[in-house]
Design a protein around this ligand. Sequence first.
Ligand code: GLN
Length: 490
Amino acid sequence: MLEQSATAMARAVNAREISARELIEQTLRHVDATDRHVGAYLTRLDDRALQAAAEVDKRVADGVPLPLAGVPLAVKDNMCLSATRTTAGSKILGDWVAPYTATAVQRMIDAGAIPIGKTNLDEFAMGSSCENSGLAVTRNPLDLQRVPGGSSGGSAAAVASFQAAVGLGSDTGGSIREPGAFCGIIGFKPTYGRVSRYGLIAFASSLDQIGPLARTVEDAALAYDVMAGWDTMDSTSVNRPVESTSSSLREDLRGVRIGLVKEFPTEPLGADIDALYKKAYADLEALGANLVDVSLPTADYGVATYYLIAPAECSANLARFDGVRYGLRIAGADIGEMYEATRAAGFGPEVKRRVLIGTYALSSGYYDAYYLKAQKVRTLIAADFDRAFERCDVIACPAASSPAFVFNAKSDPYSMYLMDYYTIPMALAGLPALSVPCGTVKVEGAASPLPMGLQFCTPLFEERRLLAAANAYERATQHARSHALDPELR
Ligand code: GLN
């Protein structure tokens, strides 16, 4: 059962072929057996999950159909879940207990999903490998010598290793899509403002967006349909009706114009990866799509722009972690020393680096030169996408430039920042985008060939079109079935 899709699990629980309780018990046993190798979960919620399963069984027995009945859920640990430890992967929140539940998490629970645990992440979602977690190591379940990607690496690893059927992640510059690609699953970032950020510990508020990690596009659509929509508790959530995506998935791409980005050639990624993406584009054409060339001339400035805007916003957002209001406190002779000692001990090196860069970029005299200029480039990047979407319906490009790498391979921060080269432009423009497995490449020393992700992107609020296209590609190619778990986990 655990290898079934979330859609199939919910169907079985609603049909009372299996109880939520049995499904959750199976899941917890599997987590017992595998998570000591993977390290997806920071906090496990066994008792609470079993209790929630009993409630779901009761609701189902009462005749209430639940779209996610009994579905085991992994929740990234930067999302609040009432009365549970919520750490954001940081020592500064190592023992902090959330007093309320994030809207997105609550909507999943209301739909019958059952949180199994809180998953590891790069500290405050800053990173692309999970190696910046201040608390634990998470390994890629396809090859335990490699990172799961990040920052939502814990949720991605949990879903890929069948320790959950759906994971919640947050994507600021690529943190759902890149770990999705690294773990061979679907990583879907909705339009900015589509899913409430209430209860998501803020990194960069103008970019952060919650979305699902799942093993099928249909499961991602189901989770999105449940989570999306206006929330009065988040003033940036959009008050606009949500169209069901799970009911409009397609099997072909006839008549769909798919834009290939001129500035994203795949030849520089190496012969094998180039061949893989060329094959993926040919598969799209074989499904009926018309391939057209589009241009995103300013996309190359994405990383530079992002690494001003995101640190600027994080320097403001993280000011609240001062030893007074939340979590860790290290005593000092006066309040100033207490602040300094607390932040020095509580934050890891990447978080400190970003707070410094962000504070610098926002300081008087530099604001216009850096922050304001970055905002202007952000507008240009969004305008590039608008022009590209006059010529196409969906953009297709790589999700990441390489498969999952080994631990410590990107110890230079800049090389880590470049991991999000293909995902940052969409985040800056607020666009919906997802990564779907598009085949594997042989990598020396890897346990088995490693998956790569094909990224699709559509205009704002065109989630229906996005998921429909991804579903057609996935159904036709079935790449998610082509990679194997690490021998240790088989
Ligand atoms: N890797 C990027 C960063 O470090 C994106 C992270 C994210 O999307 N949360 O900021």
